[in-house]
Design a protein around this ligand. Structure first.
Ligand code: APR
Length: 250
């Protein structure tokens, strides 16, 4: 899909709509844990107790403690070359009007933002945001959440929760994601195990749209076989290498 139809003797410059999906692997070298690798977060903590609405209802303080600790880790973390390469690629895409660009992340950290990414969609929410289950007030914060913390929206305590999508809850932005996948020419999955749906199914949507598909990850994921192109290794090396090739194409 690189060269377009020749009209009036001139090759029409075609655009390449790019959708990138990132998972925990893109932030691993920034010191934030992945979930399913050896020693991953779910090998130390029970997702059913700490990442479900039922778990939160049963023991909200345990859930607050879990996310408060992860928020503290995030505040000490900085983007790695993979985050920066994706932000630079987005700038090149926009400046050269190469086509649409959307970065969908399953991560709740803010390292893509810190690296300068703008066309960014957090489909599993954001750890530095919380919301009140009583009044819906959504706010950004870096300090700890607790049951006692008073909501600035309704002035009541006891209703605050992390603005994070738990198992069994609807991911955010799916309409926009499926619309972008239906039009994409290039789909790149970075640092995700392809075990959690609907994100693991995005490569299938991209293939149906006729897109070229690329997996950049330390190891092959569950849906690795569906990718036309695969580069395995640490994201801080593999992502900049790929982005240079993708960004550099005339
Ligand atoms: N560089 C590149 N990839 C890496 C690196 C690294 N340094 N380290 C690990 N990976 C890869 C692993 O090979 C694996 O494919 O990152 C992936 C991590 O997979 P998971 O831990 O399952 O993380 P993720 O795919 O993002 O999980 C999806 O599950 O628990 C839910 O909501 C949570 O968003 C999360 C979702």
């Amino acid at each position: 899909r690189r060269l377009g139809p020749v009209q009036g003797g001139r090759v029409q410059r075609v655009t390449t709509n790019l959708v990138i999906l990132t998972g925990a692997g893109v932030s691993a070298e920034s010191g934030l844990g992945t979930f399913r690798d050896t020693g991953g977060i779910w090998s130390k903590f029970d997702p059913m107790k700490l990442a479900t609405p039922e778990g939160f209802a049963a023991d909200p303080e345990a859930v607050h403690a879990f996310y408060n600790a992860r928020r503290d880790n995030l505040l000490a973390a900085t983007p790695n070359p993979a985050h920066h390469a994706l932000a630079e690629l987005e700038r090149a895409w926009r400046e050269e009007r190469r086509g649409d660009f959307l970065l969908v992340t399953q991560n709740i950290d803010n390292l893509h933002e810190q690296a300068g990414s703008e066309a960014l969609l957090h489909m599993h929410g954001e750890l530095l945001k919380s919301r009140c289950e009583r009044c819906g007030h959504l706010f950004e914060h870096t300090d700890a959440l607790s049951l006692e913390r008073v909501c600035e929206g309704c002035g009541k305590a006891g209703g605050l929760r992390p603005h994070v999508v738990w198992f069994g809850e609807m991911p955010l932005g799916l309409d926009r994601i499926y619309e972008a996948l239906a039009r994409c020419d290039l789909f790149v999955a970075v640092g995700t195990s392809g075990t959690v749906y609907p994100a693991a199914g995005f490569v299938q949507e991209a293939l149906s749209a006729g897109a070229h598909t690329v997996e950049l990850s330390l190891e092959p994921g569950e849906v690795s076989a569906l990718f036309a192109e695969r580069h395995h290794g640490p994201a801080s090396r593999v992502v900049p290498e790929w982005a240079r090739r993708a960004g550099g194409r005339a």
